[in-house]
Ligand binder design. Structure first.
Ligand code: GUN
Length: 299
């Protein structure tokens, strides 16, 4: 039986450490970190994610605000909301949940969030610093994956890590992080995408395989090497009329077929998802510390 990489348990351990840090801040007369999340429109999955983030903030003793804006909001009005939060000293971290409606430029939105509050790590400055090996904020999902591997003592150093998917949110930053020198890095990395030829040749060579494609059950038993560490980032809603919710969550990996071959594997749900939220909380605490440093410089 493979080792199940339990993201819920690892995230709970991180949340406990953050709770202690909140108490330390209180002891020094400082308020807890405050995360603001902007949610545009009524996409069901986005609502679930944002409210899971809010719940995790509450559990860690953080402040949180959810700003709901209508689907039809103009880009200009959304940018004005972001600027106002950028200048609000009571808020340390800001995320705008993606995807956004088609009439709003995601790039303009990412550029508008001040890098000091960009706890998603999507601003060009933060991506640039990450690429040069000196990150301020690591995007929450790649950070959560590295923390999960670390929690279970799985060191990428010297391993062949194969990342499926080159998204700005997961695949590309993760491939860079794994290749950087130092802790949680030093891996040999292959980044595969929709134009990769002979995909199986790469995946069957992976010591650590990370699937971040958003294609339910894409990775089958014939794609992996026995003994692989399998990280499943996918979480897609698939129609299931027989269930009350009307849907079932599927990862990018065919868990039943692949898991018997693995040394370790993340479940879906309960693997990478909770770790993404833990990564976001860690970034928000970092943003709080940054704000306090800035204030002490000004004072
Ligand atoms: N949509 C899917 N993943 C993410 C994420 O990590 N951050 C934001 N802001 N939106 C997302």
């Amino acid at each position: 039986m493979p080792l199940i990489l339990d993201g819920k348990a690892a995230a709970a351990a991180i949340r406990e450490r953050l709770q202690q840090e909140v108490q330390m801040l209180a002891g020094q007369g400082h308020r807890p970190p405050h995360l603001a999340a902007i949610l545009v429109g009524n996409d069901g999955a986005s609502e679930t994610y944002v409210f899971a983030k809010k719940k995790a903030c509450d559990a860690a003793g953080f402040f949180s605000s959810v700003i709901r804006l209508p689907e039809e909001i103009s880009e200009e009005a959304l940018l004005a909301e972001i600027h106002s939060i950028n200048h609000n000293p009571d808020i340390d971290g800001l995320i705008v949940q993606l995807p956004l409606p088609a009439h709003i430029s995601e790039q303009a939105v990412m550029d508008a969030i001040t890098p000091e509050k960009d706890v998603d790590g999507f601003h060009d400055r933060n991506i640039g610093k990450l690429a040069k090996g000196n990150p301020d904020f690591i995007p929450a999902t790649p950070l959560g994956i590295l923390l999960l591997l670390q929690h279970y003592g799985i060191d990428p150093e010297g391993k062949h890590c194969v990342v499926l998917g080159r998204s700005n949110i997961v695949g590309r930053p993760l491939s860079i992080l794994l290749s950087l020198p130092g802790k949680n890095g030093n891996a040999t990395v292959t980044l595969c995408h929709s134009k990769t030829q002979n995909l199986y040749r790469h995946t069957k060579n992976a010591d650590i395989l990370i699937a971040a494609l958003g294609r339910p059950r894409f990775v089958g038993a014939d794609m992996v090497k026995p003994g692989v560490v399998m990280v499943d980032v996918g979480i897609t809603r698939v129609d299931a009329p027989e269930l009350k919710s009307g849907y079932r969550l599927h990862g990018d990996v065919d868990f039943e077929a692949v898991s018997p071959l693995c040394e370790a594997i993340t479940p879906v749900p309960g693997g990478v998802g909770p770790m993404t939220i833990a990564g976001l909380l860690m970034n928000t605490m970092k943003a709080r510390r940054l704000q306090l440093q800035l204030q002490s410089h000004i004072a």
